[in-house]
Design a protein around this ligand. Structure first.
Ligand SMILES: CC(C)(COP(=O)(O)OP(=O)(O)OC[C@H]1O[C@@H](n2cnc3c(N)ncnc32)[C@H](O)[C@@H]1OP(=O)(O)O)[C@@H](O)C(=O)NCCC(=O)NCCS
Length: 149
């Protein structure tokens, strides 16, 4: 797998990954397009033989970054690609002078929470009924001075 920067050319494949990985609330292609074209965008993926297998999308504003979404194709989940992509994302934030990373995750999403804990994130809050189906979000934060990688 090769790590690549994602842009508008990858929109269709990113939207397909969203559908596969977040079937109940995927980011619509229009929102993805706007995020990809936005200021401070951080968008990385893993590609093999021209096919996108994993994507991470976020934004950097001043020295704070937000990770909006990280998704690994279901056929490749549990093989370490999510962890590798998260570490690439954090390296990119650090290279662009980011100091803090925030993200929200579904309270029921244990694999993702394990991934974030292992990368050094800590849960710092809870947003009740954050998602459209009423599920709570947990707020995670990583100060890049203190991470573990
Ligand atoms: C969450 C996700 C990005 C993790 O990527 P991944 O490549 O599958 O995960 P990795 O192989 O790098 O493993 C990371 C951790 O998640 C755990 N994990 C991965 N898939 C799992 C599964 N299906 N069930 C339980 N744990 C799982 C691994 O055990 C590992 O934890 P460990 O280091 O303590 O062993 C990926 O599973 C995914 O795309 N899920 C659907 C979308 C999603 O929930 N995204 C995150 C919310 S923003």
């Amino acid at each position: 797998m090769e790590v690549i920067r994602l842009d508008g050319r990858h929109l269709r494949e990113m939207a397909d990954l969203e559908q596969l990985c977040f079937p109940s609330d995927p980011w619509p292609a229009l929102l993805l397009a706007s995020a990809l074209g936005g200021e401070g965008v951080l968008a990385l993926g893993f590609c093999r033989e021209g096919r996108l297998w994993a994507a991470a999308l976020g934004r950097l504003a001043a020295d704070e970054a937000e990770l909006h979404s990280i998704a690994v194709h279901p056929a490749r989940q549990g093989e370490g690609w999510g962890r590798r992509l998260l570490l690439e994302f954090l390296a990119e934030v650090r290279a662009r002078q980011g100091r803090v990373v925030w993200l929200e995750v579904r309270a029921s999403n244990e694999p993702a929470q394990r991934l974030y804990h292992r990368a050094g994130f800590t849960a710092t809050g809870r947003r009740p009924r954050y998602y459209s189906d009423g599920e709570d979000a947990l707020l995670f934060c990583l100060k890049l001075d203190n991470d573990l990688d």
